[in-house]
Design a protein around this ligand. Structure first.
Ligand SMILES: O=C(O)CCC(=O)C(=O)O
Ligand SMILES: [Fe+2]
Length: 207
C-alpha cells in the first residue's frame, strides 16, 4: 500500500481507448488479505500448467487451479481442464468481487507465482469458452507485481502495480484490442497468488 492509495479511483478507466480497466486498489485490510493468501497457498490443489509451444509440451513453473459453479471444461493453451467446485473461501471472495463490480461470475482461474522469476507472457483472455466482452475481475495476494497492457495495433502501453488484496477489472472490448502480461522480475523473491473471476458460457459443461 502507498500513501496515495486513498486517491485510487475505481471509476477511472486506465485505458485511453478500446476497452475499460478499473483498479479498485486493496479491497481487504492487511490481516484479511494475509489470511486469504496463506489459506489459498496451503489448501488449493495447485498443479503445473501445461503449454504447447512449437509443438512441444512444456510444464510451467507457475501453478494453476480452476474452480466454478459446474465442472466446466476450459481449454487454455491447448490443455483442457475441468473446474472443481468452489471452496468456502473462494465463494466469499467471489461474493465480495461480485458486489464491488456489480457483475456475477461462474468460474475462477487461480495462478501461483512462486517468485518474481515466474510471470505470464503477452496474451488476451479471449478463449472461445468465455462470454464475449464479459468482465474479468482479478484479485491479487502476496507480492506486489507490475501488470502491463499493450494495444494490439498501436502498441500503446499502460502499466500499474497490483497490490496485496487488490481488485482489478477488465471489461468491454479490452480483450479484443489489448494484450496484458505479468512481467518477470528479479526484484521480487516472494510468492504471489492471482484469482481471475470469469464467465464461462454454459455450453461448456464437461461430460
Ligand atoms: O497474474 C495476473 O495478474 C494475471 C493472470 C492472467 O492474466 C490470466 O490468468 O489470464
Ligand atoms: Fe490474462
Amino acid at each position: 500500500m502507498d500513501l496515495f492509495s486513498n486517491q485510487i479511483e475505481p471509476n477511472q478507466n486506465l485505458l485511453p481507448k478500446d476497452g475499460v480497466v478499473n483498479y479498485f486498489g486493496p479491497i481487504l485490510n492487511q490481516p484479511e488479505a494475509d489470511h486469504y493468501f496463506h489459506q489459498l497457498l496451503d489448501t488449493i490443489p495447485w498443479e503445473n500448467d501445461v503449454l504447447v509451444m512449437f509443438g512441444k509440451r512444456i510444464e510451467t513453473k507457475r501453478k494453476v487451479a480452476w474452480f466454478g459453479d459446474k465442472p466446466f471444461a476450459y481449454t487454455y493453451s491447448n490443455s483442457t481442464k475441468r473446474a472443481l467446485y468452489w471452496t468456502p473461501e473462494l465463494l466469499e471472495l467471489k461474493q465480495l468481487t461480485e458486489k464491488l463490480t456489480t457483475t456475477t461470475y461462474n468460474s475462477c482461474l487461480l495462478n501461483l507465482y512462486h517468485s518474481g522469476e515466474e510471470g505470464m507472457g503477452w496474451h488476451s483472455d479471449d478463449e472461445k469458452e468465455l462470454q464475449p466482452n464479459g468482465a474479468i475481475a482479478s484479485l491479487s495476494f502476496g507480492a506486489e507485481r507490475q501488470f502491463v497492457f499493450k494495444h494490439k495495433t498501436t502498441n500503446e502501453k499502460v502499466a500499474l502495480v497490483l497490490d496485496h488484496g487488490s481488485l482489478l477489472v477488465m471489461k468491454g472490448e479490452t480483450q479484443n484490442f489489448w494484450q496484458h502480461r505479468l512481467p518477470p522480475t528479479k526484484k521480487v523473491t516472494s510468492p504471489r497468488i492471482n484469482l481471475t473471476f470469469r464467465t464461462i458460457t454454459t455450453e461448456n459443461l464437461a461430460e
